[in-house]
Design a protein around this ligand. Structure first.
Ligand code: UD1
Length: 431
């Protein structure tokens, strides 16, 4: 097992390129199963969630060719297997997307209940409600979700919860259903729009993605496409937070500044400078920040996936900050780890109150999930002294080459085998 060793206190500087969006690509790759021809998907991030997704598709029979480091060609025609066992499904939440896409293509799907980050209760009732509305029979047996339909027929679906996953699954299942499907209270996240754009480029008829109401008119066939995944909003946001925490000055390239606005606005509010360009943002840290309030909300609100990283920045903002998590039940598990570094945070239910301290101090800490790991990296980069961050496999699920990208920005970070002593050696490597 590997860990990051970070010697904090270096102001980040230089430029970094953001990779393709994890949450878009984990939907778009399975969506190619709906196509009747090969598809080429570009700007794919090299992260373990992508490796797992492609492995699942290969095992199902799809032909996959890597055309270059960020581009794959997927021929879904030979795909026969409609089942994903526990050992794969437990690795990531987005294996649920195979439910929608397999149902859409074969009218049958068998997928083990999904894993993914432990953020509290993560039901899939809205996904199942949608499949049922389209005419599928859904049953859960032995930990498997089994879907079967004689045919899929469009319907009106109102989501009781605003859910990214259920919206994406609803779109995938409806794309080849007979007639019109209308999804109300749909999620508006950029990756929902990206999936819809990709499917439309394959000949689907989806309108309204990015609004509360998405209309999908079923088509018989989808053709091949060449489609480029959008840049990762959360990776970009994490670099923004890292620049702020280190009082650095960095140019973050290959971004869609509009997607970053909720993050930009909060950073501006606490005293960080953010300059926006066409496809880049420059973040210039200040010496003194002031606390603020944050409440996570569905897009275009402040993204829950940036809550831990932003809280890491607020640990050293003057005064009190209040962070309310309104999407997930249990997204403060990283707080104990930040406390090890000297942060003054109390949590009551879904609200964290952060009293700013002068400076965090390096410590051994453990990633409890993907974005928690990112928050610890942000905190460690800004802290005095050395931090060892364990369980970094969480981080590698969603960040491409985090260590190298940060090193190119001047950070003292290295990845070492956990069994190596936490020694000067590791520190020297980091330097
Ligand atoms: C996706 C993202 C994740 C992000 C989250 C919220 C992917 C692969 N993951 O996760 O990074 O943190 O959106 O932006 O894109 N809910 C139900 N019933 C359901 C489905 C969801 O009650 O059937 C609830 C959840 O418990 C949660 C809320 O709805 O409280 C939002 O969840 P959802 O948007 O579905 O999150 P995911 O799609 O799992």
């Amino acid at each position: 097992m590997e860990k990051y060793v970070i010697k904090g206190g270096v102001k980040l500087s230089g430029e970094v390129n953001v990779s393709g969006a994890k949450n878009a690509v984990v939907a778009i790759l399975p969506a190619t199963i709906l196509s009747d021809e090969p598809c080429v998907i570009e700007n794919i991030p090299n992260i373990s969630d992508v490796t797992i997704t492609l492995q699942i598709m290969r095992e199902m029979g799809a032909k996959i060719r890597l055309l270059n480091k960020t581009t794959v060609e997927i021929d879904p025609r030979p795909l026969m297997n409609m089942s994903i066992p526990y050992d794969k499904a437990k690795l990531m939440r987005a294996t649920t997307y195979f439910l929608g896409t397999l149902l859409g293509r074969f009218h049958s799907a068998h997928v083990s209940m999904p894993g993914g980050c432990n953020l509290g209760d993560r039901p899939i009732d809205q996904h199942l409600k949608c499949f049922s509305a389209l005419g599928a029979q859904c049953e859960i047996d032995g930990g498997m979700i089994n879907l079967r339909a004689d045919k899929l027929v469009g319907n009106q679906i109102f989501f009781d919860k605003n859910s990214v996953g259920a919206t994406i699954n609803g779109i995938m299942a409806a794309v080849k259903a007979e007639g019109l499907t209308v999804i109300e209270n749909a999620a508006k996240e950029p990756h929902v729009v990206d999936l819809a754009n990709c499917l439309n480029s394959m000949g689907a008829d989806i309108i309204g993605a990015g609004t509360d109401v998405i209309k999908i008119r079923g088509v018989r066939e989808l053709h091949g496409t060449t489609y480029s995944v959008i840049p990762d909003q959360i990776e970009a946001g994490t670099f923004m937070a890292a620049a702020a925490a280190t009082r650095g000055n960095i140019l973050i390239k290959n971004v869609i500044p509009k997607h970053l606005e909720p993050i930009t606005n909060k950073l501006l509010k606490i005293g960080v400078q953010v300059e926006q360009y066409d496809d880049a943002v420059r973040v210039i840290g200040g010496e003194n920040y002031v606390g603020t309030t944050i409440k996570t909300q569905p897009h275009p609100g402040f993204p829950t996936d940036m809550q831990p990283q932003m809280s890491a920045v607020l640990t050293c903002a003057k005064g009190a900050s209040m962070v309310t998590e309104s999407i997930f039940d249990n997204r403060f598990r990283y707080v104990d780890e930040l406390r090890r570094m000297g942060a003054n945070i109390s949590v009551e239910g879904r609200v964290a109150v952060i009293e700013g301290v002068e400076r965090l101090k390096g410590a051994p800490v453990k990633s409890t999930d993907l974005r928690a790991g990112a928050a610890l990296i942000v905190a460690a980069l800004g802290a005095e002294g050395t931090s060892d961050i364990y369980d970094i496999f969480h981080v590698e699920r969603g960040y491409e080459n985090m260590e190298m990208k940060l090193r190119n920005l001047g950070a003292n970070i290295c990845k070492v085998d956990e069994t190596e002593p936490v020694s000067d050696d590791a520190e020297k490597k980091a330097i």
